[in-house]
Write a protein that binds this ligand. Structure first.
Ligand code: UTP
Length: 295
């Protein structure tokens, strides 16, 4: 698909407390899945969707994320001297990715809604994308150049409406996610409308078992619905903003996940990501399958 200059906001300022102690000094987005940090899989997905303007919402302690995509002269010189050609190529490729990175700060982790609000000035009065970096799509399960975020971009370009990627989850798990109520939109195009979103509902109150996966395209009006003065709960939720944005008559479309998405914000999801990535890895696939078989 054609490239787009739409901004992609990637919030990386959370505490990552479910991944402690690993995340005591390292952002969870820098934890590796085999040989690449989580954030690199995310950036690769963004590039596959024809996007290149990345805005990290970051915290002072998270410089390592921006450093990862920067040129590393010293390391390149050492690898050159030691004739480590394949490592050198890999390192140069990261710095040569066709992306522009900027960042804004969230000084305190006051919730996802609050993190997104910090990007308002940089995004301006334009539609924009949000990608949650702890949700990693299995690259072996999906054609990222056509499906998921790429497909959302195509739908957005045709319909000019906000759109959220959804995944079907087990009924017993609905209370872990933002769950949506779906309505009809255009049967001819197999498009559905999201009529409401409820954060972590009780199983008996859940309107469906479709959960937001962490890929969104919004019109800039969404910023008006983020409750910056929320005094009721400690965290300023994005779901609350989406709920009120929909209530005020802004149409939001549903897009459905192709393939599988790992929740790398939990130890279980992260472990699954490692196993399933290892068995398809270009150098380690055969070895990993042998190790797993012999367990
Ligand atoms: P999560 O709630 O899943 O992440 O936020 P967390 O808060 O880092 O993790 P736990 O719950 O303590 O284990 C989803 C995404 O939003 C970002 C996180 O970095 C994560 O990528 N986020 C969350 C922020 O940038 N700022 C926040 O205040 C909260």
């Amino acid at each position: 698909m054609a490239g787009s200059d739409m901004k992609v906001v990637i919030p990386v300022a959370g505490l990552g407390s479910r991944m402690l102690p690993a995340t005591k000094a390292i952002p969870k987005e820098m934890l590796p899945i085999i040989d690449k940090p989580i954030i690199q899989y995310i950036v690769e997905e963004v590039i596959s969707a024809g996007l290149s303007e990345i805005v990290f919402v970051t915290h002072a302690s998270k410089n390592s994320i921006e450093n990862h995509f920067d040129k590393s002269f010293e390391l390149e010189a050492v690898l050159e001297n030691r004739l480590k050609r394949s490592s050198l190529k890999e390192i140069k490729n990261i710095a040569n990715l066709k992306i522009n990175i900027s960042s804004v700060r969230q000084s305190e982790a006051k919730g996802l809604g609050h993190a997104i609000l910090q990007s308002r000035e940089v995004v301006g009065n334009n539609p924009f994308v949000i990608v949650l970096p702890d949700r990693v799509i299995n690259q072996n399960s999906s054609d990222l150049k056509k499906e998921n975020l790429s497909n959302m971009m195509n739908i957005f370009n045709q319909e000019k409406k906000s759109i959220i990627l959804l995944e079907k989850v087990a009924r017993k798990d609905v209370s872990k996610y933002g769950i949506v109520r779906l309505g009809e939109y255009r049967k001819d195009k197999n498009l559905k409308l999201i009529e409401d979103i409820i954060e972590k509902p009780l199983q008996k109150k859940a309107p469906s078992n479709f959960a937001a996966v962490g890929r969104y395209i919004f019109t800039p009006d969404i910023f008006d619905y983020i409750d910056r003065d929320n005094k009721i709960s400690k965290e300023i939720e994005l779901s609350d903003a989406i709920k009120n944005y929909i209530k005020s008559g802004n149409g939001v479309l549903a897009s459905f996940l192709n393939g599988e998405c790992f929740d790398c914000g939990t130890k279980e999801g992260y472990l699954e990501a490692i196993f399933k990535t290892a068995i398809h890895h270009k150098d380690l696939g055969k070895y990993s399958r042998k190790v797993i078989k012999n367990l």
